[in-house]
Design a protein around this ligand. Structure first.
Ligand SMILES: [Zn+2]
Length: 419
């Protein structure tokens, strides 16, 4: 039996963190830069300080915990995730990647293993994007995808500015966010979907992330009384909406990797006896292959154009509001995850991330990959979110192996740990 991380210590910390910002249903609410988020960070930093790790913060509130390497010149191996949650968050989303990262650092210390490269455990600010938009903010600013001054103007629904929360929690006196030159980034996360559990696999070897395109579509007609106006004389947006729904559902069945979601539909004015004057809907298209996603986009646009021609009584408008390209993770890191899963005799499969993660931002700057573990019934962003101790330990051990392999490169191979 290979040795590895201390599962009991990791589990105790996951449960302790969940008690910060507890919700009545047993989940956690630590929305970004709230008092609860800051209390969770304080708890975490207390654990880091107790082991004597160096702590660096930046002006957006990202935290970097360093375990030094033998070669101070060597670029660090980055691991990590986020501690903020949705308002009805669970105990594992994000928290697992951070606390398993701390567990990796401590396991190496407990075993007196020295690595050539330093290891930096990163805690990214505002991954969730529920209180302040956009999501994946801290990593986005650090990686140069988002502008610090611009995101600081974001306000929550109570009107509180992100900039004021940054000052209140004293991050304003820290250095500007900047990703260090790094060897790689590895993030452990719960799958947030049902595939691993359904196939009884323990480790998801994440090969990349789906490309995402968001659309807002509106159909303008004319409000009229539901009684006097014959069907043929109406300018009713609903028949167009009906065709749009059919179109989007058909695109979603293009192949088994395609995802099409209509998340919002709104009819105005929304009265039982009024033919609506306007219909609005959103469309979310996803696919792991950019060319196929392009094809889905063209089918949507082509279908919309055809509807425009066949329903001249209404005015149909569609606009692409957001585009996140397909993310491809680093081949060598993917193979390192696979090797660890195989060596530890853990069941595994390749998987594409359906959700967005900080790793997507990191992947545009440094070799990056992710490790997934199953979550019960695929439920996440929910107090019922649950991952078993066995799976949590398996994921943390794979993170340990990959971190050790990358941080020891150029040193004699460390085959196993004697803890
Ligand atoms: Zn997350």
């Amino acid at each position: 039996m290979r040795s590895g991380i201390d599962g009991d210590r990791l589990w105790a910390r996951l449960m302790a963190m969940a008690e910060v910002g507890p919700t009545p249903e047993g989940g956690s609410c630590r929305q970004t830069l709230s008092d609860a988020d800051e209390a969770g960070r304080a708890l975490f930093l207390g654990w880091c300080e107790a082991r004597g790790y160096g702590i660096r913060k930046d002006r957006i509130g990202n935290l970097f915990i360093r375990r030094p390497g033998l070669n101070p010149e060597a670029s660090p191996v980055l691991i990590g995730s986020h501690l903020d949650t949705q308002p009805t968050g669970g105990r594992f989303d994000g928290v697992l990647g951070v606390l398993a990262g701390l567990e990796v650092l401590e396991t190496l210390d407990d075993a007196a293993v020295e690595t050539a490269r330093p290891i930096d455990l990163c805690v990214w600010t505002n991954e969730e994007g529920c209180r302040f938009q956009p999501a994946m903010m801290g990593s986005g600013v650090a990686c140069g995808m988002l502008d610090l001054e611009k995101v600081l103007t974001a306000r929550d629904c109570a009107g509180i500015a992100l900039a004021d929360e940054i000052v209140r929690h004293r991050y304003d006196r820290e250095a500007a966010p900047r990703l260090p030159v790094a060897d790689c980034y590895v993030e452990l996360h719960i799958e947030q979907g049902p595939i691993l559990e359904a196939e009884a696999k323990t480790i998801g070897i994440v090969t990349g992330g789906q490309g995402i395109r968001w659309y807002e579509i509106s159909v303008h007609g004319e409000e009229t009384h539901a009684g006097p106006v014959p069907m043929a004389l109406r300018k009713d947006p609903v028949p167009v909406l009906m065709h749009l729904i059919g179109l989007v559902q058909a695109i979603g069945r293009l192949d088994e990797d395609a995802r099409c979601t209509i998340g919002k539909i709104h009819l105005s004015p929304g009265a039982i006896n009024v033919v609506p004057g306007r219909a609005d809907m959103t469309v979310d298209l996803r696919h792991p292959n950019e060319e196929v996603l392009d094809r889905m986009h063209r089918r949507l646009m082509g279908g919309i154009e055809a509807l425009r021609q066949s329903h001249r009584e209404t005015d149909l408008q569609a606009c692409l509001t957001w585009h996140s390209p397909v993310v491809t993770f680093d081949g060598a890191l993917i193979e390192a995850v696979r090797a660890s899963a195989r060596d530890r005799q853990l069941t595994h499969r390749d998987i594409v991330s359906g959700a967005g993660h900080d790793a997507f931002n990191l992947a545009r700057r440094v070799p990056t990959t992710m490790i997934f573990v199953p979550c019960r019934e695929g439920i996440s962003h929910n107090p019922r979110e649950y991952a078993s101790l066995t799976d949590v330990m398996a994921g943390a051990n794979v993170l340990l192996d990959v971190t050790l392999a990358r941080s020891s490169e150029g040193q004699p191979k460390v085959s196993s740990l004697s803890v």
